[in-house]
Design a protein around this ligand. Structure first.
Ligand code: ARG
Ligand code: GLU
Length: 722
């Protein structure tokens, strides 16, 4: 017994200190205080000030939020920006036609004048970050409701932003950290003239597609290139043909020496969302309920779409990007469940909570303040479970059925009419037209009907009738639970799944269209499904979730009070972060060991002539045969991708991977499947981020695409060959 107890204590200490070695997404302005020493001990040769310094150019000045959803980095003194292929995909696709298929063939501008503007695309630099917790939380009391609290904070932030010291062309925003226990101000500079410079063909930029997505070993050249343009004064300016290439405060040097196992790396970027400080009950729910439900629903959707895509070339093109989107999270959640299970995440959280409770109980002050926190949280999560499940069903089913999306768009015209009369109607019309036009371009009524049948079936049979629209339950019964028949009836009784007819009506008699849509069975069913959700789920869900937010906020503060020896980093919230860790392979399961590097040889091993995912362009095969790697090869081989222990998440796509000196060595674009649970519980044994080697990027630009003039703009260095 005593031995077990000792083991338990040892286990707790282990998870509190050792296991955290490479975990964390750190705020750049706190590196000096929290991380510099540790980073140096792992091999970093520069200082925290070289990374973040508001008084002179530092690495942070070369990093941008790319379009608000990815990360990019400046790699030349003329504003050249590197990001992922999948981040630049929309821009590349928008400029593609049948004659100029840049997705298929790639695109490279030969000079400035061939670089293509992209409406709506922007990059944002971070000028400075400040802790404004005191001002933001002024007047906030523990007795306030969530709504009161938020409105006080919103007022404080508005006031604070009015008085921020910044240039007229700069912006600012304030965001909550540590569940709203702290607030930080960001002063930013956004450039809105960002032009496409180049992208490899998708057979390189998205080699392996969905089969290889989230998978190590990987062989994808996931990059694309843009250039920032500025006004003549180098300041942000709206697009103009007269704009000039932006001269950055800092651009990254590029190392041609690569990395080897054990080398220090860091990744600098804009991670989107993590949940590292959840109660074990929430993690348990993710593993047991939420992820499996979402995966099961997406199984159905993917099977339907895949069935059509395999048989029909047109549908394959129309649904490829939708399929990739559905598949991306579907696959990630499966890895997440696997990883959380394999690493005993729930038990680890419980051990951590036991230690927390022990320390709290031993301190009278904490005991009053935090004594019932854990049990309150557990109870609240239990209460949330059915509502959260119903919400997963609505999100995964209703938004996937595009007949419903069409109805929602047409309804919005009706709402605009009711709210603002004729004027409102006419103002909304062009937007609705544009949205429907976009939707129909990638729409097939047969696919949608099959999706309806498959998804509505799992919607009805998978959950408690209490949460489902009465009209739907009755319709299902009336059709003897034959959802194919129900789908036939719904789709046969409307023309809304007919693009030509609907768009014609929208042009000629939009009011009539609104009326006809309203009368349809599909519309009535959709309304009833939504109403049932609003009546039975939404209110309760929000109430309990608000309570959980409050409790999680207190729990966050409590953890920081109680585990004084531990360094805390805030959950990702799409703000700028630095993460660091060593280059390292891993062992995902018994008898399987992964190396940390892949080579062009592996591309050739995966090559399947003519295949939709694994074809290899002829030119690349030739370069492989002749081993014409120039200065980018290493001992006669061409490195392609590598992995390290950096703690990253969605939004880190396109983030630079930097070496010990701050030189660019790679481009982050994915994580290894077995470790995707790092969003909830990072574990150094299996969590790895995947990067494309910058030498492969340069090789493709120079040798494959013949765009060596771009490499001329960059600063190439040899840090290992001094
Ligand atoms: N898994 C990566 C991410 O989460 C890449 C997604 C794009 N690539 C793909 N094959 N779907 O964004
Ligand atoms: N592919 C992800 C992105 O678009 C990065 C991979 C991850 O989730 O870590 O941001």
């Amino acid at each position: 017994m005593k031995y077990l107890k000792q083991l338990f204590v040892a286990f707790c200490l282990l998870i509190i200190s050792v296991a955290r070695a490479d975990e964390g997404m750190w705020l750049p302005l706190l590196l000096e205080k929290l991380n510099e020493q540790h980073m140096k001990s792992l091999g970093m040769k520069i200082s925290a000030k070289d990374i973040y310094n508001i008084n002179s150019g530092s690495l942070k000045d070369a990093i941008v939020s790319f379009g608000g959803f990815c990360t990019g980095e400046v790699i030349s003194s003329k504003g050249l920006v590197l990001t992922n292929h999948h981040c630049g995909f929309d821009a590349v696709q928008n400029h593609s036609t049948l004659e100029h298929n840049y997705i298929k063939d790639g695109f490279w501008a030969k000079n400035y004048s061939e670089e293509i503007p992209n409406q709506g695309l922007f990059v944002t630099f971070i000028v400075r970050i400040e802790d404004v917790s005191k001002q933001a939380l002024q007047g906030v009391t523990a007795a306030m409701s969530e709504t009161e609290r938020q409105s006080t904070i919103d007022k404080n932030i508005a006031e604070l932003r009015k008085n921020v010291k910044k240039e007229s062309y700069q912006d600012s925003f304030v965001r909550g950290f540590f569940e709203g226990n702290q607030y930080y101000l960001f002063v930013t500079e956004t450039y809105r003239d960002v032009r496409l410079v180049g992208a490899p063909p998708s057979a390189i930029g998205n080699f392996g597609k969905d089969t290889d997505n989230w998978i190590w070993p990987r062989h994808t050249g996931d990059f694309s290139m843009f250039r920032i343009y500025a006004g003549k004064d180098n300041k942000p300016a709206a697009y103009s043909a007269d704009n000039v290439p932006y001269v950055p405060k800092k651009s990254l040097s590029i190392s041609l020496d690569g990395v080897t196992e054990g080398d220090f790396t860091m990744v600098f970027g804009f991670p989107g969302r993590t949940m590292e400080y959840l109660h074990s009950a929430a993690v348990d729910q993710t593993v047991r309920v939420s992820d499996p439900t979402k995966i099961a629903i997406r199984d159905k959707a993917l099977a339907v779409i895949d069935g059509f895509m395999r048989k029909d070339e047109q549908i394959k093109i129309q649904y490829a990007s939708k399929y990739a989107g559905i598949s991306n999270s579907w696959k990630k959640w499966q890895g997440e469940v696997l990883g959380l299970t394999k690493t005993n995440a729930v038990a680890k959280k419980q051990a951590y909570e036991a230690e927390f409770q022990k320390r709290v109980n031993a301190n009278p002050q904490w005991k009053t303040k935090y004594g019932s926190l854990l049990s309150d949280l557990a109870a609240a999560y239990k209460e949330l479970e059915p509502y959260s499940l119903a919400r997963d069903y609505i999100n995964e089913v209703v938004s996937r059925i595009e007949l419903f999306t069409i109805i929602a768009q047409i309804n919005s015209l009706n709402n605009a009419m009711e709210k603002n009369g004729e004027k409102g109607f006419n103002e909304s019309l062009p937007r609705v037209k544009e949205r429907l036009e976009d939707l129909y371009k990638e729409y097939n009524p047969e696919v949608d009907k099959k999706l309806f049948a498959a998804l509505i079936e799992i919607f009805v049979t998978g959950q408690n009738n209490y949460f489902i629209s009465a009209e739907l339950v009755k319709a299902a019964k009336d059709h003897n639970m034959d959802f194919g028949k129900l789908a036939d009836e719904i789709y046969n009784s409307t023309d809304l799944d007919d693009a030509t007819k609907t768009m014609e009506m929208l042009d000629q008699n939009p009011k009539q269209l609104v009326e006809t849509a309203k009368q349809s069975k599909a519309s009535s069913l959709y309304a009833d499904i939504i109403n049932a959700y609003v009546d039975k789920v939404q209110g309760e869900y929000t109430d309990v979730q608000n309570r959980i937010n409050q409790l999680q906020r207190t729990y966050m503060q409590a953890q920081m009070d109680v585990f004084k020896e531990k360094k805390f980093y805030p959950d990702a919230n799409s703000t700028m972060r630095v993460t660091y860790g060593k280059v390292k392979g891993y062992e995902p399961r018994d008898a399987v060991k992964y190396e940390y590097y892949t080579y062009l040889d592996g591309v050739m091993e995966k090559y399947v002539p003519g295949d939709y995912e694994f074809d290899v362009p002829e030119k690349l095969r030739e370069l492989y045969k002749s081993k014409d790697y120039g200065q980018y090869g290493n001992n006669g081989k061409m490195p392609v991708c590598f992995i390290a222990m950096n703690h990253t998440t969605g939004g880190n796509s396109g983030s630079p991977a930097l070496d010990a000196y701050g030189n660019l060595v790679g481009l982050n674009f994915d994580r290894a499947w077995e470790g995707t649970m790092s969003d909830i519980n990072y574990d150094p044994s299996i969590c790895r981020n995947i990067m494309v080697d910058v030498r492969y990027v340069l090789f493709i630009i120079d040798k494959y695409a013949g765009a060596g003039h771009l490499v001329q703009e960059m600063k190439l260095v040899h840090p290992k060959k001094k």
